[in-house]
Design a protein around this ligand. Structure first.
Ligand code: ATP
Length: 235
């Protein structure tokens, strides 16, 4: 579904991504592990069209994404839920969610149906629909951010550190929801520092260090890998 071939990204003279080749198969839940600063956000922003690769190719289904505008990439079905949530805190939960529907603004019936699906995933957001998004707890705000991305009807949903700053119990629920989103038919690419929880729901995983992919494998391989366990799981 998504294929990156030999992608480089520079910030000025600094090479933030070095020769990245990665595949996400349709229906997969692919996890990208890596420490702070490894380049995960840079990679997501590059797929989303916010960063321009200095070399390589990004293909999604039958389209070449590199060179496309970010809005066209969303239209093609690739939607990013950025790190740090980036909600509009004064706006209501409902209005924040509906921002994600902008790309399909002419399809009012479709958006209504989609909103119901999002509220089924996150029932608490129905109760909070008319409250300012900024008044919600961290976990609930993360639900709004994922819900807003889902309103854009992604075929590939990219989640950048959705568990960041959340309490352990909330993190657990968040991973369950991500698994559910995937099992309902959305392919997921998930960047996480919470390696163990992420690998448990992954179909496949890559490890990134200093802008390079240094290891990859399916869930069992990665969970059983001594280096991965030492560096990322701490067991
Ligand atoms: P984090 O989880 O902290 O966001 P990350 O793995 O997503 O980490 P990136 O944010 O992609 O890492 O950063 C990769 C490298 O690129 C880091 O060394 C960072 O300092 C650098 N970097 C990121 N954005 C820029 C920028 N706009 N200009 C210059 N350097 C940048």
């Amino acid at each position: 579904m998504l294929q990156l071939k030999n992608v480089d990204v520079h910030y000025g003279s600094f090479k933030a991504l070095n020769n990245i080749s990665l595949t996400v198969d349709t229906g997969g839940l692919v996890v990208l592990l890596g420490a702070n600063g490894a380049g995960k956000s840079t990679l997501f922003n590059t797929i989303s069209g916010l960063n321009k690769p200095s070399a390589g190719n990004i293909e999604f289904e039958d389209k070449i994404l590199n060179g496309m505008k970010p809005s066209a990439i969303v239209n093609a079905g690739v939607v990013q839920c950025a790190e740090g949530r980036q909600l509009f805190p004064q706006m209501s939960v409902h209005d924040n969610l509906m921002l994600g529907a902008y790309v399909h603004r002419r399809d009012k019936d479709g958006n209504r149906k989609r909103l119901n699906e999002v509220l089924e995933l996150f029932p608490i957001l129905e109760e909070k629909a008319h409250q300012p998004a900024g008044s919600l707890s961290g976990g609930q705000q993360q639900m709004v951010a994922i819900g807003r991305a889902m309103m854009s009807r992604p075929r590939l949903l990219m989640l950048d550190e959705p568990s960041l700053g959340l309490a352990p119990l909330v993190v657990k629920q968040m991973f369950e929801t991500i698994k559910q989103i995937n099992s309902l038919g959305t392919t997921v690419l998930l960047a996480e520092q919470n390696a163990f929880a992420a690998l448990k729901i992954a179909t496949y995983a890559y490890v990134m260090e200093n802008g390079q992919l240094v290891m990859d494998g399916d869930r069992e391989t990665m969970l059983g890998n001594e280096e991965v366990r030492k560096a990322y799981i701490g067991a």
